[in-house]
Design a protein around this ligand. Structure first.
Ligand code: SF4
Ligand code: SF4
Length: 237
């Protein structure tokens, strides 16, 4: 029997009536056209094993089973609603691969997210809003967020200990065995050739173009940085 929250979500599926059915169907077609899609969805027994394994289902009104069911039933309205809401609650841990039907609901969500980003859906813009600085850092320097960027108030869900770590970062780092990790510079250096290679990959795969749909300002900054470097190397992106 459907739970009250599931029924509320079904009601909400009809809440995007400012978007035409044709547009919703176009987006679903884009999801299904992805080469990975046939490998990720074979139908659904509705057994709920994926829900039992899913950490996000414990904390949010979210269910990988609903994702698999909506896609398997080709429910265009519900899939659209999920692209605007549910898919951003998945933590992409892929515990749902336990599915006895061979489904990969987390993988279907990956595709739905990519389609949401590529089409600049409001949910994608909102979900990535707080990550501009991180995206900028990773894509411009080719490395991850360095510990000196740790801000105690930036991510409340990291828990109360993050403030203690942040306040005593130098001390914590000395506890790491490799000396190269004792500073925030050496461990995060990227070889210039690696950086050039990454820039080419981000241009060629369309990763940079994806940013354009959700944050045009960030896209312009990154494009300028990358093009300048590639021109210096004699590479035309
Ligand atoms: S990948 Fe997403 S849907 Fe699958 S178990 Fe992890 S959080 Fe749940
Ligand atoms: S585990 Fe697989 S078959 Fe069972 S509900 Fe989840 S997606 Fe459907």
């Amino acid at each position: 029997m459907a739970t009250a929250s599931a029924l509320l979500k079904l009601d909400a599926a009809a809440g995007f009536d400012d978007v035409s059915y044709e547009e919703k169907a176009r987006l679903f077609d884009e999801v299904r056209a992805d080469l990975r899609y046939p490998e990720y969805l074979y139908g659904c027994y509705e057994c709920g094993i994926c829900v039992a394994a899913c950490p996000s289902a414990r904390f949010y009104d979210f269910s990988p089973r609903r994702i698999a069911q909506a896609a398997a039933r080709e429910d265009v309205e519900l899939v659209y609603q999920q692209m605007q809401e549910d898919i951003w609650e998945c933590s992409q841990c892929f515990s749902c691969l336990r599915c006895p039907r061979g489904n990969n609901p987390g993988g279907v969500i990956t595709i739905m997210r990519e389609v949401a980003v590529n089409n600049g859906l409001a949910s994608a813009r909102q979900a990535l809003e707080g990550y501009s600085r991180i995206i900028y850092k990773i894509m411009s320097t080719g490395t991850q967020v360095s510990p000196d960027m740790l801000q105690p108030d930036a991510f409340p869900d990291w828990g109360p200990e993050v403030k203690d770590v942040s306040d005593n970062l130098a001390l914590w780092r000395k506890a790491l065995p490799p000396e190269t990790l004792h500073t925030t510079s050496t461990g995060w250096d990227v070889d210039p050739r690696t950086l050039t290679e990454l820039y080419v990959i981000w241009f060629e795969t369309g990763a940079l173009e994806m940013i354009k749909e959700v944050d045009e300002g960030l896209y312009t900054i990154l494009e300028e940085i990358m093009e300048e470097r590639l021109e210096e190397e004699g590479i035309t992106p």
